[in-house]
Design a protein around this ligand. Structure first.
Ligand code: SF4
Length: 343
């Protein structure tokens, strides 16, 4: 058996799902219980969730492999652009993931991203040899202290592996960051700038509290905060060095270092607010509830949506700039705010 996101099952015509947007990638998930310990994940060993059919906000029905062969074979003709194979860390690559990857590659010529917990360059090489188009090594948490607590692993080691893979396979490595794990905006954008400088593809997720997980009671990020991070990462994708012009007040972004007209012009197409990650990956409703905050738009934004999002973003920055000026005007020794390293 292998699991398929409910949206992917609908896109492959295996299931009827009422939705306003189809995924452009087929999302497959192998395994049900993970040796990993991520505090936000219902499949992790520190989760007490009885529902192991969820990952993110979506369900993953299981299918016999034989039932998926024809649909996967026809996925490209159905307009799908990529396959994303995710695996929980329950067995060795040789026993679990590599045979699945070879099976997928026999059925489809679509590029395949593989997202799995690996520890060595050799394991990444095996994934590429078996047909992976891209390998994803998820960082998730942007702050090393939080990373250790939330993922029970070493940030430095994971980041070192990510960077070594990016050097060895330029343009073929992806990672994920989650906004809303109590990192500061400065930490998230600084980690993002380092990742983008290394030509690593970065997918941004909004933290989604799921019941039964140790972080199930943490709220999701505020929309204003998420828009600042999306806009910041979008600008850094174009120009990673722009981070040196960003300004922060107590970790919160107050300025992108661009004049408002220039900022508006760069963001006016709205693509900054669409799902980011591997080419062709739109992840509809991974983080969103229909009718609630659309953190990652899985399609181009309408003119009204762009106007609304920019209004939220620019109003908020104006507020931040005012706070900043107030702090700069405060007498020396005042505790009104702390200076960021690069202010
Ligand atoms: S960005 Fe999308 S396709 Fe790439 S690894 Fe993440 S979920 Fe999969």
């Amino acid at each position: 058996m292998i699991r398929l996101s409910a949206g992917s099952a609908a896109a492959l015509q295996l299931k009827t799902v009422k939705t306003d947007i189809q995924p452009t990638t087929v999302y497959l998930l192998q395994g049900t219980a993970c040796r990993g310990a991520c505090l936000f994940c219902p499949l992790g060993r520190r989760s007490s969730s009885r529902s192991r059919t969820y990952l993110g906000r979506i369900t993953w029905p299981a299918y016999p492999r034989a039932a998926l062969e024809k649909p996967l074979n026809q996925a490209e003709q159905q307009g799908l652009q990529r396959i994303c194979l995710q695996s929980v860390a329950e067995e060795t690559l040789e026993r679990s993931l590599l045979p699945t990857l070879r099976w997928i590659k026999r059925l489809s010529s679509l590029p395949c991203s593989v997202s799995v917990r690996i520890e060595t360059l050799h394991q990444a090489a095996e994934l590429f040899r078996a047909g992976a188009d891209r390998v994803n090594i998820a960082l998730d948490a942007a702050n090393p202290r939080l990373f250790a607590r939330i993922k029970d692993k070493s940030f430095a080691e994971t980041q070192a592996l990510l960077f070594s893979c990016a050097e060895r396979w330029p343009g073929k490595i992806s990672t994920h960051l989650i906004c809303g794990l109590r990192e500061t905006e400065e930490e998230l954008l600084q980690t993002g700038a380092r990742i983008l400088e290394k030509n690593i593809t970065l997918g941004l997720f909004a933290f989604t509290p799921l019941s039964g997980t140790p972080l199930g009671s943490l709220p999701p990020p505020e929309e204003q905060q998420y828009r600042r991070i999306q806009a910041g990462l979008f600008l850094l994708r174009q120009e990673p060095a722009l981070f040196l012009r960003f300004r922060f007040l107590q970790g919160r972004l107050t300025s992108f270092g661009l004049a408002p007209a220039q900022l508006r012009k760069r963001l006016s197409a709205g693509s900054a607010f669409q799902t980011s990650g591997c080419p062709g990956c739109n992840r509809p409703y991974y983080n969103e509830r229909p009718g609630k905050t659309m953190y990652n738009y899985p399609r181009p934004l309408t003119a009204e949506e762009i106007a609304r999002v920019l209004k939220i973003l620019l109003e908020n920055l104006a507020e931040g700039e005012m706070l900043h000026e107030r702090k700069m005007a405060a007498p020396l020794g005042s505790t009104a705010g702390s200076r960021s390293e690069h202010e």
